[in-house]
Ligand binder design. Structure first.
Ligand code: COA
Length: 190
């Protein structure tokens, strides 16, 4: 998906796209490597993610890779310039639905940063792009993520069993499926 530049762009730095009170959501750069390593090398942070904990070197390489991948966004703490989180935003095949995902540095959890970044991103996507529906999928055991989505007023559509490998779970996993629709007029006319 191509994001058009918009009034949310409040900087002449090309890769900044969204500014919220404390954060910038922007493209990754290779300079994010060490900050990204703090996130990806932490086993508690990646516990519900579909990948193993990274080494420092792998995480640095991942930041470089993400700087060329339009599905990933870095969340920067404005006051310090530190990259504290990652957003994922990607089109679901054959639909106008985009999936959003998020991973934040554990040192910054429970301070409202993920809520602030995701809320700003949703606002941007629904007002400045053609996106009309955004979904999110969380392991039912990932209470933090489910709580975040419900706080942001995503609708829980249901749960489903996904026979994917989530590394720390030997049993089949139950996922909660959430969505948010831009302008749902009424159930009968949707
Ligand atoms: C999920 C995640 C992004 C939340 O980031 P965050 O910056 O802490 O989020 P916020 O501070 O905006 O909100 C966290 C909310 O979860 C609540 N919370 C914290 N621990 C919780 C728990 N064990 N159970 C339920 N809610 C919990 C907080 O109280 C807060 O809610 P509140 O504002 O109503 O009090 C972060 O924990 C993370 O990166 N987790 C690892 C990656 C991950 O699991 N990603 C999602 C994959 S689907």
């Amino acid at each position: 998906m191509k994001f058009a530049r918009s009034s949310h762009c409040m900087s002449n730095i090309d890769n900044i796209i969204i500014r919220s009170p404390r954060l910038l959501v922007r493209r990754f750069t290779s300079a994010d490597g060490n900050d990204f390593a703090e996130i990806l090398t932490d086993s508690e942070t990646v516990f519900y993610e579909p990948y193993e904990v990274f080494t420092q070197e792998q995480a640095i390489a991942e930041a470089e890779k993400f700087s060329h991948d339009e599905r990933f966004f870095a969340v920067e703490h404005q006051e310090t310039g530190k990259m504290i989180g990652k957003l994922y935003f990607s089109n679901q095949s054959f639909s106008n639905t985009y999936e959003i995902g998020y991973t934040f540095n554990r040192q910054y959890w429970n301070q409202g940063y993920a809520s602030e970044a995701v809320r700003a991103f949703l606002q941007y996507a629904f007002t400045e792009t053609q996106v009309t529906r955004i979904c999110a999928i969380a392991n039912v055991k990932n209470k933090r993520s489910c709580h975040l989505l419900e706080k942001l007023e995503f609708q829980k559509e249901g749960v489903f069993l996904e026979n994917v490998c989530q590394l720390h779970f030997s049993e089949r996993i139950i996922f909660c499926y959430y969505s948010m629709v831009k302008n749902c007029l009424s159930v009968s006319s949707c």
